[in-house]
Design a protein around this ligand. Structure first.
Ligand SMILES: [Zn+2]
Length: 346
């Protein structure tokens, strides 16, 4: 397995997020990758490499120009409002809900930040844009290596994560949708039908929305029931895609407290759908926040279960790209993620 690592991820280090009514230290932190790298050092499952420059044209096919332009300049605008802002993270506080205009681009920075986001849990910092771009470059490089046939599987070892980011919004700790970029790179690399099978605890709302009307990319997500779990407003079983994408989205919501037997049965349903779709390549947004000790999630998977997840995913027999997503029981993040990779094999 090829492992493409984001060496500049550390530049995205938020101080606080809004969580259950309070500003708390960010759950999504640089030390998550430190634990993963330490575990990979103990149990090497592949070769670690750095990506080349990000493919700008590919980025612009997944994300809208006005969103990319906003992200590129957001930190400078934030500091220009008040030099003291350099010591603070930028967080949105106002959003255009139903009945407001989303087509106009306000001059006001806070208004634009709300337009391009959906929560107050995703701080934008001085290095967020650099780190997000570097992470996206890892995902694209991983997919291009798989598409070229130089490796059968690859892991984009990156943060910030990506699966909550839509074509023109950030949120859920995500800015650029690494899994969507990987899927597009696989399509561009010659695979005509690509499946995304999201195993993070949270619904992959960004990936779903990006591909919702497309028939060439299947999106499947198994996740905490959005009726009670973040991101709440998407991820229900009746969302099946639209237009050319009708029938090309499958959500498998599961109740809080779900254990591995039931979770694994849902994974089996997801894999059946991937097969039925006739996917030629697979992207797995790999979150390990399904772990029993995760501080913001409520499934009860144990570390040993992650080997079986890897084996089950390998049973699809497809060229596969993993992107690293959630997992906030920081000490166990490395063990659980590497268990998946080891179970998967090469
Ligand atoms: Zn998650």
């Amino acid at each position: 397995m090829l492992i493409v690592h984001n060496t500049l991820h550390r530049q995205h280090a938020g101080r606080h997020e809004m969580f259950r009514g309070r500003l708390v230290p960010c759950h999504e932190s640089p030390d998550r990758l430190d634990h993963l790298l330490a575990e990979l050092h103990k149990r090497p499952v592949g070769t670690i490499t750095e990506p080349g420059p990000l493919d700008e044209a590919l980025l612009a096919r997944i994300h809208s120009p006005r969103y990319l332009q906003f992200l590129a300049g957001a930190w400078d605008e934030w500091v220009a409002l008040d030099p003291a802002n350099a010591e603070l993270d930028a967080l949105p506080s106002v959003w255009p809900v139903r009945g407001f205009r989303a087509d106009v681009l306000p001059a006001n920075f806070a208004a634009r930040m709300g337009l391009f986001s959906f929560d107050a849990g995703t701080p934008l910092t001085a290095g967020s844009w650099t780190a997000a771009r570097q992470g996206a470059a890892c995902a694209v490089a991983a997919a291009q290596a798989v598409a070229s046939g130089s490796t059968r599987s690859a892991f984009a070892l990156t943060r910030p994560p990506g699966h909550h980011a839509g074509a023109d919004f950030f949120g859920g700790y995500c800015f650029l949708n690494n899994a969507a970029l990987a899927a597009q790179a696989l399509r561009d690399g010659g695979f005509e039908r690509v499946a995304v099978l999201d195993v993070d605890y949270h619904h992959g709302n960004g990936t779903q929305s990006i591909f919702y009307a497309r028939g060439d990319v299947l999106t499947v997500s198994l996740h905490g029931d959005p009726s009670t779990e973040y991101p709440f407003y998407l991820g229900y079983a009746d969302e099946r895609g639209e237009g050319e994408g009708a029938g090309c989205n499958l959500n498998l919501p599961l109740p809080r407290g779900t254990g591995f037997a039931d979770w694994r049965a849902a994974l089996g349903r997801g894999l059946d759908e991937v097969k039925r779709f006739g996917a030629q390549a697979l992207v797995v947004p790999l979150g390990v926040d399904t772990f029993e000790g995760d501080p913001i999630s409520a499934f009860t998977l144990r570390s040993a279960d992650y080997f079986d997840i890897g084996r089950d995913l390998a049973s699809a027999g497809l060229p596969t790209v993993f992107t690293f997503e959630g997992g906030y029981a920081v000490a166990e993040v490395g063990i659980n993620a590497v268990n998946v990779l080891e179970g998967f094999g090469s």
